[in-house]
Design a protein around this ligand. Structure first.
Ligand code: CA
Length: 348
């Protein structure tokens, strides 16, 4: 397992260049203004597998997410039998703050994506609209000294314009890996802090900006009692973005507070971050992934002309161990084949 990180073939040279540019563009455009004929054709070719997946989804949903379905990679395309439940939260997830909802305004694949809105004035929670997979669906593991599982996350992000620079700039997280309390400890007792991995949009105009990544780790024993800045092991802009287009991300990481850790991030198929070193908090519980939008608006009454932020996510995949690879989770790779509907990994 230790050698996997070094022995797998470089994704850039194996997957992305082999994608026909037309299929990539088709993936990007479908759902923005989907021609009826294209949709019909797509639906027909996908039908048999879709039916199988729907039956799996229905049986698992009805049984309370405890069906003995075991899948790796896990995937969500935010569709349901080609009939997205617009305005509803996505099945298989739990909301953190406000609920992101399924939308057909834009889609990376299929007809729908997940829309996350934070409205500082009108949202019930003014700073957070995120989802995380149910704990019995995704169960990540940290390195406890012998485990060396590495994880792959793939998703596509759409930043709609205008997405203006804030008068009072603040973090705007669209994907994060969060830590959890040490085994046996309640959330109330937990000295947690900022996420070990966070990915932000940092607007530089209403139509463009930077992808800012922060990685945090702590090697000393829990409780560390140091501030979030002291935990930073990486803090930088890894890529730029433009609004009104899908941006494909692949994150490959191993959660470790020592030398076995690493984090690689590809943006649109280009390796934009290749970090080696500690990636997690010693003594904390297992990590979990979240996405949506999480910013720092803590009061509704501030001098900030921008009152609302909207982001879209689609083509979300998680893979680990031997099933993990760039191709297994990359939205670009997946545009050529059906993405799994919500499935379960764990029994009990
Ligand atoms: Ca979709």
């Amino acid at each position: 397992m230790k050698n996997r990180f070094f022995s797998h073939q470089p994704p850039m040279s194996t997957t992305q260049p082999t994608l026909p540019s037309s299929s990539r563009e088709a993936g990007r455009n479908i759902g923005v203004n989907p021609p009826e004929t294209a949709l019909t054709k797509r639906g027909q070719t996908r039908l048999p597998r879709s039916l199988i997946m729907v039956s799996v989804v229905m049986s698992t949903a009805l049984s309370g997410w405890n069906s003995p379905v075991d899948a790796n990679p896990l995937g969500w395309d935010f569709e349901a039998d080609g009939q997205p439940e617009v305005g509803k939260p996505a099945p298989g997830f739990r909301c953190s703050g406000n609920c992101p909802v399924i939308s057909t305004e834009v889609a990376r694949d299929g007809r729908a994506s997940l829309k996350s809105v934070v409205d500082r004035i009108n949202s019930e929670t003014m700073y957070r609209t995120e989802v995380r997979p149910h704990a019995d669906v995704v169960d990540l593991d940290r390195n406890r000294g012998e485990a060396t599982t590495d994880y792959w996350f793939g998703f596509s992000l759409y930043v709609p314009s205008p997405y203006p620079v804030l008068k009072n700039p603040i973090y705007e997280i669209f994907f994060q890996i969060h830590s959890s309390p040490p085994d046996g400890m309640t959330a109330a007792e937990y000295e947690g802090g900022s996420p070990p991995l966070e990915m932000n949009v940092k607007p530089e105009s209403s139509e463009s900006g930077a992808i800012r990544v922060k990685l945090r780790a702590m090697e000393m024993p829990y409780p560390q009692m140091i501030d979030n800045n002291a935990r930073l092991v990486f803090n930088g802009d890894i890529a730029s973005y433009k609004t009104d287009r899908w941006i494909d991300f692949v994150v490959h990481t191993r959660f470790d507070y020592g030398s076995a850790g690493f984090t690689q991030i590809w943006v649109d198929g280009v390796l934009a971050l290749d970090y080696k070193g500690k990636t997690y908090y010693n003594g904390h519980g297992d990590p979990y992934p979240k996405f949506g939008i999480y910013n720092g608006w803590r009061t509704r009454d501030i001098d900030e002309p921008v009152t609302k932020r909207t982001l879209f996510h689609d083509g979300y995949r998680i893979a680990w161990g031997n099933a993990g690879s760039f191709a297994a989770v990359s939205p670009g790779t997946n545009s050529a084949r059906p993405i799994l509907a919500p499935v379960l990994r764990k029994v009990n």
